[in-house]
Write a protein that binds this ligand. Structure first.
Ligand SMILES: Nc1ncnc2c1ncn2[C@@H]1O[C@H](COP(=O)(O)OP(=O)(O)OP(=O)(O)O)[C@@H](O)[C@H]1O
Length: 349
């Protein structure tokens, strides 16, 4: 049995079905990242797991213990679940030490030792224990929030956009530090984020939600390369979605005859997806592979090491492709280029 087992979970707020029958499992010590557009129910899912709200129907089981069944729910403080939210929610009037040991009932020397141990674990100087939250940077505050959540040795950690207020460099460093601590402690984690690359990089399991439902879950690499539908494909990154005729194990489309992994029952007309990194751009026909398709650059966006390039096909200017090339290529507007596709096309079922 999975460590977390959520079945047919439903929650309405008046006319809004925030959760409309969610099934999700999380393995012991693993990281699940929940993504989806704003309002799809991510925070509601976390709040129900934490016990801040009771479901209307469904079941939540953690470590074999039933947390909620229908409208009957165990109170939040009995669940032993840690939660870190977007702004850390530290108590502003308490020191860092006071925040970390808040609610611990052990004697003072034990609390002190635990606070010091946790500071080390989250990579902060012990000397910061006497500071107040407003004397720390955003990233430091989030680490203290994590230390506080870890203080009670939770069996499950819920992270609700805990890095979103941090700027890019600090965000990556804090995410790595938090991820390392949780992994070392073997604590199963559920992270909610709006950041697709964060989701793909952090998750063992990616769970994609839309309109109160789980539309797909699996290994990030699998969900990214074999999304359930075009909306999921586009949500997880740039996607080239084309009409194709499916026959003989190939998709016949404006980019040529592309091998497909499988198309099940959808032989005939279908929709296929390629990721931009599957499209190679060559400036000369002589350096392109055989069967290259001709196109023209209509827009470029410099991004440092890479460049976003918008291309239309010479034979069908209605087909627009957004690809990424090494910026050393320095493509000019209007330049003719040659395109080759690598790997397999994904067919939407
Ligand atoms: N307490 C509440 N009262 C009324 N409606 C609510 C309440 N909480 C959530 N909702 C509604 O339920 C739906 C799901 O909200 P939720 O906060 O779970 O979405 P989310 O995916 O976390 O969104 P975001 O990414 O914007 O934070 C939304 O339509 C929201 O307006």
């Amino acid at each position: 049995m999975s460590f977390v087992d959520i079945q047919a979970l439903r929650k309405r707020f008046g006319p809004v079905a925030a959760l409309d029958g969610v099934d999700l499992t999380v393995e012991r010590g693993s990281r699940t990242v929940v993504v989806g557009p704003s309002g799809c129910g991510k925070t509601t899912l976390l709040r129900l797991i934490a016990g801040f709200e009771a479901p209307d129907a469904g079941r939540i089981v953690i470590g074999g213990d039933t947390m909620a069944e229908g409208v009957t729910a165990m109170p939040a403080h009995k669940r032993n679940i840690g939660i870190v939210a977007q702004d850390g929610c530290l108590f502003p009037h308490l020191t860092v030490a006071g925040n970390i040991v808040f609610g611990m009932t052990e004697e003072q020397s034990v609390r002190r030792a635990r606070a010091a141990e946790l500071m080390e674990m989250v990579g902060l100087e012990r000397s910061m224990l006497s500071r107040r939250p407003d004397e720390l940077s955003g990233g430091q505050q989030q680490r203290v929030a994590l230390a506080r959540a870890l203080a009670r040795k939770p069996r499950l950690m819920l992270l609700d956009e805990p890095f979103s207020a941090l700027d890019t460099g600090l965000r990556a460093a804090t995410r790595k530090a938090v991820g390392d601590v949780l992994k070392a402690e073997g604590i199963a984690t559920l992270l909610v984020t709006h950041d697709q690359s964060e989701a793909l990089g952090f998750a063992d399991q990616l769970a994609v939600m839309r309109s109160g439902r789980l539309v797909q879950s699996g290994r990030p690499r699998d969900v990214y390369s074999r999304p359930a539908d075009p909306a999921t494909a586009a949500f997880l990154g740039e996607a080239v979605i084309l009409r194709a005729e499916l026959k003989d194990g190939h998709a016949h489309c404006v980019l040529g005859h592309l091998p497909v992994s499988a198309y099940g029952s959808s032989a005939g007309q279908g929709m296929i997806m390629l990721r931009p990194e599957q499209i190679n751009v060559a400036e000369q026909e002589s350096t392109a592979s055989e069967g290259a398709i001709r196109g023209r650059v209509v827009e470029t966006g410099f991004r440092g090491s890479t460049c976003d390039v918008r291309i239309v096909l010479r034979d069908d200017e209605n087909v627009v492709l957004n690809v990424e090339v090494a910026s050393s290529m320095d493509l000019a507007l209007g330049q003719e280029i040659y395109l080759n596709v690598t790997g397999e096309a994904h067919v939407f079922g």
